[in-house]
Each structure stands twice: as C-alpha cells, then as structure tokens.
Design a protein around this ligand. Structure first.
Ligand SMILES: Nc1ncnc2c1ncn2[C@@H]1O[C@H](COP(=O)(O)OP(=O)(O)OP(=O)(O)O)[C@@H](O)[C@H]1O
Ligand SMILES: [Mg+2]
Ligand SMILES: [Zn+2]
Length: 554
C-alpha cells in the first residue's frame, strides 16, 4: 500500500528530527537524569513535529532498553509505538473525543498499571478542542497522577489550554523549521525515493510549505504525483503556484526603469499564462518583504525562504532601493493584495496598483540630500560664512521656539514697552505675529507662564475690533484664566473684544524670544543664514525653520 511521504518518513528517533533543537536537548537531559514530568504541552505550527516527538518520547520511555534517549527501534514496544498500536501508548484525537465521558474513561484507565511497559503514555492530539468540563475531569488526574502516567497534550493553539492544566505541565513550543533544514531533509528523502530533483526544485517545494515540514513533504508528494520521478523546476513552480524570483524581479526592474508600460506588459503576460492575479500580488508582497529583509541583513540570511541563487538575486535588487522605498512598496502591494481579494476587475486593479508603484518612485534618502549639500548647485555669490556657526533645522516645530525663521531679520524688535503702556489706539500694527508677541511678553512679565505658553501655541488675529485667539484644545483652560482677560484688555484697550476658540490643528504665530538677541547674536545669525549650505538647505526643504543658531566656539 502506498504511504504518503510525510508518514513514511516520520522520524523515529531524535537524530532524525530536524529543527526543534531546544526541545530535543531538554527532553534528552530529562530522560538521562530521570526527571520525567507527568504532563507535557507540545504547541506550535502544524506539521513541525509535535506528534512525532510525542511518539519518540514514548519510545524512549518504554523501549525495552530504556528509559533511553536512543530507543532500539526493534523491540516490540518500539515497533508497536511506531505503528501506533501499543497498548500502553494511547493516542487520543481530541477533535472527535472531546467530551467529559471520554475524559472519565481516561481517568478510569489511568488507575491501572501499564499492561507491559514502564509507562502509560496518553498522547492527546488537538488538545485545544477538549471541552471545559472534560478538562476539569482531566485536571484531577494531573493533580495526583499515578507514577506510571504521562500526558502529552499536542495543540496548535496553546492559549486555549486552561491555565489550571497548563500550570501542571511542562510546555514546549515547536518552531517553524528553517528553510535550509527542510530542503536538506527533502534531499535525503528524494535520494531514498530515487527522485531526480535538484536544489532549485526542492527550494520551490520548501517555499510552498512555509516552515511546516509536513506541508513541504505533502507538496513533494504532489509534485511526484504530477511530474513523475524527474522534477523540473518550471513544472513544479507552475504546479505549486510559486512565482519565479526573476518574474517578480521584473516589477522591481520596471520601477527602476520608471516604466509603467513594462508594468502593463507584466500583467499581460500573467493573463496570457493564466496566472492568478491575486496570487501574484501575494507573492509580490512576499518578494518586497524578502528584499527588505536582505537589505537590512546586508547578506544572505536564513530569515527568508530562498535558495542561494535567489538570495543573490535579492541582494542585487535590494541594492538599488532604500529601506524606505522597499517598505513603501511592501505597504502599497499589501493594499493591492487586499483590494484584489474583493475586486470584480482584478486586472484593472493590478495594473493600477503596479503603475502606482512606478509613480511612488524612489525617494531620495536624507543622506543623499545631505551629501548633495556639500556640493551646492547654488551660486556662490555669498561669501562663505565662518564654519563655526552651526544650524539646527527642523520641519515645522510645535515646540516653543525662541524665534521663527519666517520672521524676517528686520522684524521689529520685541516690544520693550511695559504692557500697560500699550493701548488699542496705539495698535497701528495689526500684524498678527506682533499682536501675539505683545500678549506673550505681557503674560511672561506677569509670570503667567501657562497662559504665555498657550499664546505661543495659538493663532492670533485681529478682525475689526475683535481679537480672535485660536488655541489648541488641550490649552484652552490656560486662556480661561481671568488674569489673561484682564491683561489682554489692558494691552488692547477697552474697544477691543477678545474671542477665544479652540481647535485641533492650530498654526501658531511666530514669536520672538522674550529677551532680545544681543547685537552679536544677531550678527552671527545673519551670517549663518547667508551661508550657501544653509541657503541650499532651505531651497531643498522650503518648510524648514531655523530654530537656533549656535556658536560652536562657545
Ligand atoms: N521536526 C521535524 N523533523 C522531521 N520531520 C518532521 C518534523 N516535523 C514534522 N515532520 C514531518 O511531518 C510529518 C507530520 O509531523 P507531525 O505529525 O509531528 O506534525 P504535528 O506538529 O503533530 O502537526 P499537527 O499540528 O498538524 O498535528 C511527520 O510525519 C514528518 O514526516
Ligand atoms: Mg499532530
Ligand atoms: Zn526498543
């Protein structure tokens, strides 16, 4: 009778197991030091060895030569456990035996000594399916287990095992298995089965398994069923729907060539070859993800499922993009994938999505821009300033800024008049910045720091005889201070009404520092601002503000 590869090649001892070293090591030590727990939870991704390890453990414990980490494999215990017909190793599929009656039966069974072997091992598959009541019945057994009883609960959903149970068990988490290890295991199996399959073929098969050994082996079975003893990479790829790295690379190339028409050709080709467009977008997301990972790693990495040749190709392509670009493309492609799930016109959506990638283009990295600053394209008409004045610039800041770059250098110096001296009829200057400045100075002087701070973040405008102050919501209360009302009317005169509004995105006025710059400071500032590098920076980042000019000699 034909037996599927996954079952035929189920590891019979720890030495055959791939991955899961952490589990293997702990169990081998436990066996050697005779510290076997009565309850185990094996959790993790499907097809990564939970049931397999449960059986190996049972063999280790019950082998005639045991307990041993290297069961003989030939005694009747070993043989029966592999064939899963040992009386003392009981496998229960909790998916179909999940009720309280089954658990009661187990509880009964537990009381009797093993028929022949050292231990009675209960392997409960899909343990998360057990009902709450049934778990409670099981709990009694786990609380005071007879010395010969061992429970192994296998599950893909560990969090569904009640804490009361989990805290009485040792918990092992099975990891998805490394790509190369799966490929190597399949190489071994292919040789045993006399299958002609090179590394490229096997890496396609392994990709289809996504870290599950069983899924990879099932894919291998499928490939053999379809293609016979000789597996060719194109056939297997077509069968399993795995896209060639090169065909995905065409998308990256089209972006590099800034060519929407190339993108359209790619879609055309997918259509003529009857490829699923949804699947393509999914594979494309994975491709961006892989590029991003090799970009970050800077060398071939086991974090991605790809053969050596594919890793090289990925590295090459990744070199032509920045991390930011790749992240952006990944995002866009994920959106595209989502849109394609429900799209009635997938072709249209895919075309649009790919063209969008071209238009999203490549952003210059900040490093590149800064490098460009050193070789200014701007005219060098301004004599270079002394290099000791350094600028720190930022895009529009919300932090209180001592001076705003938007304030021209010849802006009126902050008022040195006492607030009381200013009255509404003196307010010839209706420049909102200056109004805000007056208020700010007066409030600072009156030590109303919170209110001054609020003004600094507000937009102040004079509309006729009404002074409108828009303040960020969070600071509204600071302006409700009666002292503010008083100071405001003192500054503005009785004829002016103050109206306060709160808003979300208030764009504040530009204010000068309360203390005026010294003459020397102003000079340094002037010099720094006329530095060609700074000028060029401001051309490149028109929204940038110069916040401070620092003298590095100080
Ligand atoms: N770590 C592994 N090393 C070698 N082969 C493995 C490994 N994990 C799984 N396999 C292969 O996959 C098959 C299924 O494994 P197993 O039944 O142990 O998976 P599982 O983790 O119990 O999965 P499920 O959650 O679906 O029950 C095995 O027969 C074996 O061929
Ligand atoms: Mg299992
Ligand atoms: Zn044995």
């Amino acid at each position: 009778m034909y037996q599927v590869i996954a079952r035929k090649y189920r590891p019979q001892s720890f030495s055959e197991l791939i991955g899961q070293e952490h589990i293997q090591k702990t169990l081998v030590n436990a066996i050697a030091s005779n510290r076997i727990a009565h309850g185990y939870i094996f959790s993790g991704q499907r097809g990564t060895g939970k049931t397999t390890v449960a059986r190996i453990l049972a063999r280790c414990l019950n082998c005639v030569q045991g307990p041993t980490a290297t069961p003989c494999g030939v005694c009747s215990s070993c043989v029966e456990i592999s064939a899963s017909n040992s009386v003392d190793v009981i496998e229960i599929d909790a998916a179909s035996n999940r009720g309280i009656n089954e658990m009661r039966e187990i509880r009964e069974n537990v009381r009797y000594r093993p028929a022949r072997d050292r231990y009675k091992v209960f392997i409960v598959d899909e343990a998360h399916q057990i009902t709450k009541e049934a778990f409670n019945a099981l709990l009694k057994t786990l609380e005071e287990p007879p010395e010969w009883v061992i429970f192994i609960l296998c599950t893909t959903e560990a969090y569904e095992i009640p804490n009361t149970i989990a805290s009485r068990c040792q918990h092992f988490n099975f990891r998805s298995v490394d790509f190369t290890e799966i490929v190597n295991r399949m190489k071994f199996i292919a040789a045993q089965e006399d299958i002609d399959a090179d590394e490229n073929v096997l890496s396609v098969v392994a990709q289809a398994g996504e870290g599950s050994v069983r899924d990879s082996l099932s894919a291998l079975d499928q490939a053999i069923a379809c293609c016979g003893k000789t597996l060719r990479v194109e056939d297997v790829r077509a069968l399993l729907g795995v896209f060639d790295v090169d065909s995905l690379r065409a998308v990256a190339d089209a972006i590099n060539a800034q060519s929407p028409s190339k993108m359209l050709e790619i879609v055309q080709e997918l259509e003529t070859n009857g490829k699923s467009l949804q699947h393509f977008s999914r594979e494309l997301s994975r491709y961006w993800r892989n590029l991003l990972v090799v970009k970050i790693a800077g060398k071939p990495t086991r974090l991605i499922a790809a053969s050596d040749a594919e890793q090289q190709s990925l590295l090459e392509v990744a070199a032509s993009f920045t991390e930011e670009d790749l992240t952006r493309y990944l995002n866009l492609t994920l959106e595209l994938y989502k849109a394609l799930q429900t799209s009635l016109q997938p072709r249209l959506h895919l075309e649009l999505g790919l063209i969008k990638l071209v238009h999203a283009g490549k952003l210059q990295s900040i490093e590149e821009v800064l490098a460009g600053l050193k070789t200014p394209a701007a005219t060098r008409s301004v004599p270079p300033a002394e290099p000791n004045a350094l600028l720190s610039a930022s895009t529009r800041s919300t932090a209180p800024r001592p001076s705003g770059f938007q304030v021209p250098a010849k802006a009126p110096a902050p008022s040195s008049k006492r607030p009381e001296e200013v009255s509404a009829n003196q307010l010839v200057d209706t420049n909102p910045d200056n109004l805000a400045q007056l208020l700010f100075n007066a409030l600072s002087k009156a030590k109303l720091d919170f209110t001054a701070d609020a003004i600094q973040h507000s937009a102040v405008t004079l509309q006729g005889s009404e002074l409108l102050i828009r303040v960020p919501k969070a600071m509204l209360l600071s302006l409700k201070d009666p002292a503010f009302q008083r100071i405001a009317s003192e500054i503005l005169g009785k004829s002016v009404r103050v109206r306060i509004e709160s808003g979300e995105n208030v764009i504040a006025n530009s204010l000068e520092a309360p203390a005026s710059e010294s003459r020397q400071e102003a000079e340094i500032r002037e010099r720094a601002l006329s530095h060609p590098g700074v000028k060029r920076f401001q051309e490149l980042f028109p929204d940038a503000h110069v916040r401070t000019v620092r003298n590095l000699n100080e």
